[in-house]
Design a protein around this ligand. Structure first.
Ligand SMILES: NC(=O)c1ccc[n+]([C@@H]2O[C@H](COP(=O)([O-])OP(=O)(O)OC[C@H]3O[C@@H](n4cnc5c(N)ncnc54)[C@H](OP(=O)(O)O)[C@@H]3O)[C@@H](O)[C@H]2O)c1
Length: 303
């Protein structure tokens, strides 16, 4: 099992490492000498990522894990695979997301955006917490839309079963990400400092799920208004190399976010964590994985 203290490079896990900002951070940290665990789902994108790592002479420090992070079991497999290989993780960077113009359900019967944008991050941050706790100065960075107050959690219908709207599902995912960070810090779910980062409109993002006219509009808007990827990811190096002292930090395009924002309400964070644990308790899992994943609801699940 590799030990992150045996050499100066950091061990960094990236969800959504095959494209956009996650890919850019992965390659930039490989170039700096770190060990990267890259998680994504598209085999062709992995081939391209590995080729770029080879060009950097860093392919031996890149470990790829192909997984569909919209699935609860797949997130657990990723956690197990990482835990089997590394004894400590210095940084967990959470980027994975995908637009879903129509409502669709995951293998667990959950709405896709909720599962991928929010639940995967809940599972990975808590499931990898023991490995993060074993690192000297651990940090979790979730890249979403903190500081924006649009949207809310549909407490009576979080799976968007009635009147699905893609934008509403996406902003609900963003608000759930805000509460994920608040919940992690207030529950002291691990030693890792939790950083919520809004990169602003960036020249990245897979628009392939949209119809052609929307794809064209989005590309034109990005060319005119969006920040280059390198600019948007620049602060992430600072979060990794010098994690903030406080348990929770929220940054919106370079500005600290007021922790008193209604979207960062601690009571809502508790409510969402409870709802999440109920969802996880309904999903089947082998009981022996409960303790390793440090997810409380799982103790009530029988095999
Ligand atoms: N771009 C912006 O303007 C902007 C602005 C604010 C916030 N954000 C947020 O920043 C994050 C990164 O955005 P981005 O523009 O870099 O996105 P992106 O270029 O679309 O990349 C998304 C990544 O997620 C992975 N992914 C998608 N579905 C997956 C699945 N089911 N299982 C595993 N991996 C999956 C993709 O890999 P595969 O294709 O290999 O599955 C890809 O690596 C997102 O959370 C986004 O909401 C973006």
């Amino acid at each position: 099992m590799a030990d992150s203290t045996s050499d100066p490079g950091k061990t960094i896990v990236v969800s959504g490492a095959t494209d956009g900002m996650g890919k850019a951070v992965t390659l930039s940290r490989l170039a700096r000498g770190d060990r990267l665990v890259a998680v994504g789902s598209n085999p062709a994108k992995f081939t391209a990522l590995i080729a770029e790592a080879e060009r950097l002479g860093a392919a031996d420090r890149l470990h790829t894990v192909r997984a569909d992070l919209s699935s609860i079991a797949e997130n657990r497999r990723v956690i197990d695979e990482i835990a089997a290989r590394w004894s400590a993780v210095d940084a967990l960077l959470l980027f994975a997301n995908r637009h879903s113009p129509r409502r669709r359900e995951t293998v667990d019967g959950l709405e896709y955006t909720f599962a991928l944008y929010y639940l995967s991050r809940y599972l990975l941050s808590r499931g990898l917490s023991p490995l993060l706790d074993a690192a000297a100065d651990p940090v979790i960075v979730t890249v979403a839309g903190v500081g924006t107050t649009t949207g809310s959690i549909a407490w009576d219908d979080p799976q968007s079963t009635h009147g699905y709207r893609a934008i509403r599902a996406m902003v609900q995912g963003a608000r759930a990400n805000d509460l994920l960070g608040v919940g992690f810090a207030q529950e002291q779910a691990g030693r890792a400092r939790f950083v919520m980062y809004h990169p602003g409109f960036t020249r990245s993002g897979d628009v392939s799920p949209f119809p052609l006219p929307v794809r064209i509009l989005l590309r034109v808007a990005a060319a005119l208004k969006a920040r280059p990827v390198a600019e948007s990811i620049a602060p992430i190096d600072g979060f990794i190399d010098h994690p903030p002292a406080q348990p929770l930090t929220a940054i919106d395009r370079g500005e600290p976010v007021d922790p008193a924002l209604p979207t960062l309400d601690p009571a809502d964070a508790r409510r969402l964590a409870e709802l999440t644990e109920q969802i996880l308790a309904r999903s089947t899992r082998p009981p022996d994985t409960c303790d390793r994943h440090h997810i409380t609801g799982c103790r009530s699940v029988s095999s």
